[in-house]
Write a protein that binds this ligand. Structure first.
Ligand SMILES: NC(=O)c1ccc[n+]([C@@H]2O[C@H](COP(=O)([O-])OP(=O)(O)OC[C@H]3O[C@@H](n4cnc5c(N)ncnc54)[C@H](O)[C@@H]3O)[C@@H](O)[C@H]2O)c1
Length: 341
């Protein structure tokens, strides 16, 4: 049987590359679109090594309507789009807001404009728990009120959610699922693909693995006086392979025309861990010792957030299977493999 084609924008990125692998393994034909602004073409080799086949890939900016039309004409019969492509560095977005609005909001508008020309009706969007801001209650459900964004990056996610909701109201054919990711970590168990932060990592786990590998001198933990059991921030860390699998079930749900025209799902584990718990879990899972220090809290950091995953469990039938230790061990294996890449 012919595989159903799914366009994956940002398919060479961290989460996108893992989703490409899971989509293919579930019987879909992913088609990658990426401009490699935050990824390398070695990712494509990693995907090929895992799957044993080459996944079609197009080096274009998905915010370029003409280039996008070219890909969609060439590939034909694409049934859905998963839109990962975006800039994602919170700090950089404060320095370069226009670049973030242009890329993140502009590329969504281009995709939504072009997709009906090719009869594509199904759209999965990479949103973020950043839309909840500092929540009044934990865990957060999809009904938890969103808060004004504290960065241009966060604002682009909220604006894109609103655009998708408005377009779905106006366009009878569009069906969309907004996945609000919590904190993806880890790497494919093969260590052939993983997170490739360019420059100093912005996220905790790549910073931990680079510190353990001796690339960074020490990890700074930003604040230990928050109202949490050990005073450090709480986040919901989800293994990237589990997160990738959520996209497979989301796409299938759209194709099956189940659920509402616009649906929102939290994608996390439902558990919160403090930064110190992650550090200790990393040491436990890998046997590596970590050099860390406590620094000042960062302005704008959310003290604690983790997901209520009841809706994803009940309606998507989605459940994470990896433990924090497994995710951290996979991140370490990936870090070690980078020395040979
Ligand atoms: N990683 C996280 O912690 C996290 C959390 C919540 C939401 N998200 C969202 O998930 C998505 C994927 O995140 P990621 O961590 O895999 O990031 P990533 O930077 O690794 O992947 C994004 C990919 O998109 C590509 N890209 C960017 N703009 C493009 C454009 N205009 N045209 C074509 N390709 C383009 C980049 O080259 C990169 O390969 C993003 O939308 C991000 O905002 C990520």
């Amino acid at each position: 049987m012919e595989r159903v084609k799914i366009l994956v924008t940002g398919g060479a990125g961290f989460i996108g590359s893992h989703a490409v692998v899971e989509l293919y393994e579930a019987g879909f034909q992913p088609i990658i679109v990426d401009d490699f602004s935050n990824s390398r073409d070695s990712v494509l080799r990693g995907i090929q090594d895992i799957l044993g086949v080459e996944v079609p890939s197009h080096n274009i900016d998905c915010g370029n309507a003409e280039a996008l039309r070219g890909v969609l004409s060439q590939e034909k019969a694409i049934r859905g789009i998963i839109h990962f492509a975006a800039f994602k560095a919170v700090g950089e977005s404060v320095q370069k807001p226009l670049a973030y609005y242009h890329n993140n909001v502009g590329s969504l508008i281009t995709l939504l404009t072009v997709m009906p020309e090719f009869g594509i009706k199904n759209f999965v969007f990479s949103s973020s728990c950043t839309v909840y801001g500092i929540p009044d209650q934990l865990p957060v459900t999809e009904q938890t009120p969103t808060k004004p964004a504290t960065s241009p990056y966060g604002n682009t996610k909220k604006i894109c959610e609103d655009i998708l909701t408005d377009v779905a109201k106006a366009d009878d054919s569009l069906r969309t699922i907004l996945l609000r990711y919590f904190n993806p970590i880890g790497a494919h168990p093969s260590a052939k693909i993983g997170e490739l932060p360019l420059g100093v990592p912005q996220n905790l786990v790549p910073f931990i693995t680079q510190t353990a590998a001796g690339i960074r001198e020490k990890l700074t933990i930003y604040g230990n006086t928050y109202d949490t059991p050990d005073g450090t921030n709480i986040r919901d860390y989800i293994h990237v392979v589990d997160l990738a699998k959520a996209h497979v079930v989301a796409v299938q749900r759209l194709l099956d025309e189940k659920g509402e025209k616009v649906e929102i799902f939290n994608v996390g584990t439902g558990r919160g861990n403090t930064v110190l718990e992650v550090v200790h879990a990393f040491e436990r899972a890998t046997g590596a010792k970590l050099n860390y220090t406590i620094g000042a809290p960062r302005t704008g950091d959310v003290p604690a957030i983790y997901a209520d995953v009841t809706k994803a469990t009940n309606e998507l039938g989605f459940k994470t299977t990896s433990t924090l230790d497994e995710a951290l061990a996979s991140a370490w294996k990936w870090q070690q493999s980078l020395e040979n890449k």
